[in-house]
Write a protein that binds this ligand. Sequence first.
Ligand code: ATP
Ligand code: MN
Length: 454
Amino acid sequence: MALLKSGVIGGEVTVKGWVRTKRGNKNVAFIALNDGSTIHSIQLVVDVALFAEELLKRISTGVCLRATGRLVASQGSGQSVEIQVRELEIYGMADDYPLQKKGHTLEFLREIAHLRPRTNTFGAVLRIRHAMAYAIHHYFNELGFVCLHTPLITASDAEGAGAMFQVTTLDLQNPPRNERQEIDFTQDFFGRPTCLTVSGQLEGELGALALGEVYTFGPTFRAENSNTPRHLAEFWMIEPEMAFYDITDNMNLAEDFIKYLIRYALDRCADDLQFLNDMYDNGLIERLRGVAQTDFVRLTYTEGIDILLQSGQPFEFPVAWGVDLQSEHERYLVEKHFQKPVILTDYPKEIKAFYMKQNADGKTVRAMDVLFPKIGEIIGGSQREENLEKLQARIAEMGMSDENLWWYLDTRRFGTVEHSGFGLGFERLLLFVTGMANIRDVIPFPRTPNNAEF
Ligand code: ATP
Ligand code: MN
């Protein structure tokens, strides 16, 4: 509400929004009205004598209305301006509105996710989400990156990043079958099995090896049945992909990018962050400032494993060279050992994707994961294997078929070059920036196992 900042005192104004609270006495009513543009509501001061009792009685929490009146300096504390109302028009009633009192639990609000954007908390989160989306495009645009829209429907399970959702128009009750009694996907919409993408990276690489520096920012889908506070079945990912970047360039970009986003939030979302800080997480703003200023620690997976082995911590998942790190391990390194974000590199090739550049040791690849406090992995990336023979050998070694990957391998046949990229999970970023504890609370309509209601 621009009025709250720059409204002309004494002038007549009109506001439209939803009633948050109404209180008062027999002479005057105070209505807090919020239009969604900021965390702050504007106070309407209603002289009861000027309006029909009937009209005032109908105004309750959740009602949508318009008020016109004079903007004046506020008498009471807690707001700088208020409106002395001359005219009131009710647009929509809200009898039996489920969002009555303050202090609904986040769990309860998830059950009414269609209405929770009307709460202060979700207003704040959704405005921050918008600001971050905008900042991401701004950041890359300033650097000259091209936004490349990669497909959501794909025929390759190439990344192996997780279980996929199948896309089909076949009749599931009665699918066509071939002579071997297998489902005949040649009769499916695309003439072959297709799925929702788990990552735009492979197509991103095609873009990078043509346009130099590109990024995708779109939804991705993983049918993994992991009911954790950090996983969604449908989430948004930002995936830059850059020709002529080695892993150090890649790390530098990732660190600069994420710090830029945090600074942007601190600068532009101060009121919403302050609200979340006071309401849920008293360390939030301090943590954001800290991360925006510190240099991230960079170390190898092997060094990380040594630290974990020497930590004497009773981890739920045992540590040994070769294991995939769990979030408890990542968080130990970040929160306990270094107390700052960590970029871990050079993971064992067995636990990473086929396309990562192989190191000379024959055991590790040029992966880089960025690990954050309270989250664990927020970015996963790597330098890509640009050598055709090595890439093909790795594909064969992993028992994968390169049949559906011929187009990807063509980048290594024609004008291949060193290149790198990474994926930032948008909702993981938002978990960090908002301080919310559950990933279901940083996306408007979360998709998780058994949950696609709204
Ligand atoms: P994790 O080990 O945390 O499950 P991952 O290694 O499977 O993640 P990547 O394939 O590297 O993830 O994906 C890149 C980024 O996408 C991750 O660093 C993370 O920020 C985000 N991400 C991955 N899976 C999910 C998910 N199910 N929900 C939300 N974000 C995700
Ligand atoms: Mn990863």
